[in-house]
Design a protein around this ligand. Structure first.
Ligand code: GTP
Ligand code: MG
Length: 317
């Protein structure tokens, strides 16, 4: 996805392109007419190029569509792309129309100035759309690539040690800190495991609260669980050093259990501080129990591999 220029950048470039084209022309009588036409066409081409840089949101994988929706709202993106499309169509049309008018006029230079001002005002009208689309572009292009591999999504309350775990077991190198919401977006890491490598997805922490109160950071975690997980590792922190009591962590666990259709492995982290016998336990600090957690997560892998290798059903006539 190329950068989305601002209105002034588009105009600058289009004027320059038109001026360059004029130098190649020999028919001085029609110079102003040609210039207006060329500016209109240059703006049009630039705007169309911007629109083509965006994906068809109805055709991208559901996970990416949902992330784009959580972060910016698909409707807002479509509306801004629509505004750019409108401007593209009209700058070309008006450019041609004004070019024809200026041909029959005595005051072609005055008309040329007026025409260019009209084209510029159309582009300025969509400046806020262009800036918004550039923000969207900057975030979308950095979304991690989620492969079609056996995928373990790591979830839980903030600050319980999710990122510490993924850093220990995979190629991912996320930031780890002693405050909540250190992780603000989805992070992907891999690990070689025989012939089929496995994928880990670190997610931001989620709070136990009504869905409508959840922020965009938490919603990304839920989207990963719903769309890409083959198994979920739900991490608890019985030491409560994370800053949240166990009862709210367990309420979130119940909610997640109700929501997802994939298997869930529950583990109590920070066993170097407190051990809760009711759960599988580990410490990402001392690494105690981490291997056992990994083997529990891999229990569901053969079924996943097999489901990928099954021949697809015969096509119906
Ligand atoms: N004592 C102890 N501290 C741990 C352990 N695992 C993680 N921590 C600490 O807990 C804090 C949070 O760790 P993170 O891995 O950033 O936690 P997170 O769940 O990714 O946090 P968010 O991204 O904010 O949701 C850090 O200060 C870690 O050093 C552990 O096993 N034992
Ligand atoms: Mg984290």
């Amino acid at each position: 996805m190329p950068t989305v220029p601002t209105a002034d950048e588009i105009l600058d470039r289009s004027f320059r392109r038109a001026a360059k084209k004029m130098k190649e022309k020999t028919n001085k009588e029609r110079a102003n007419e040609e210039f207006v036409r060329a500016v209109g066409a240059a703006i049009h081409d630039r705007l169309v190029y911007i629109i083509r840089g965006f994906p068809e949101f109805d055709q991208i994988p559901p996970f990416y569509r949902e992330l784009a929706d959580i972060l910016y709202g698909i409707d807002n993106i479509k509306q801004s792309l629509g505004a750019v499309g409108w401007a593209a169509k009209h700058t070309k049309m008006v450019g041609n129309q004004l070019a024809i008018e200026s041909r029959h006029s005595e005051e072609t230079l005055v008309l040329r100035k007026r025409a260019v001002a009209r084209l510029a005002s159309m582009v300025h009208q969509i400046d806020k759309d262009l800036r918004f689309l550039n923000d969207v572009r900057n975030v979308l292009r950095k979304l991690p690539h989620v492969e079609d591999a056996y995928t373990i999504v790591i979830a839980g309350y903030p600050n319980v040690g999710k990122s510490s775990f993924i850093r220990l077991v995979s190629s991912a190198d996320p930031q780890i800190a002693c405050y909540p919401f250190t992780t603000k977006s989805i992070i992907v890491g891999h690990r070689e495991d025989g012939r089929h490598r496995i994928q880990f997805v670190d997610t931001p922490g989620i709070l136990d609260r009504p869905a409508e109160e959840r922020n965009a950071i938490e919603k990304q975690a839920l989207s990963a669980m719903m769309n890409v997980a083959n198994v979920i590792l739900f991490i608890l922190d019985p030491s409560e050093h994370c800053g949240y009591p166990m009862d709210v962590q367990l309420r979130l666990l119940d909610e997640v259990k109700d929501m997802v259709k994939v298997p869930l492995v529950v583990v109590a982290n920070k066993s170097d501080i407190v051990v809760d016998d009711k759960y599988l336990s580990m410490s990402t600090q001392t690494k105690e129990g981490v291997d056992k957690v990994l083997s529990e997560l891999l229990v569901f892998k053969p079924a996943f591999i097999q489901s990928r290798q099954e021949p697809s059903p015969p096509e119906t006539q």
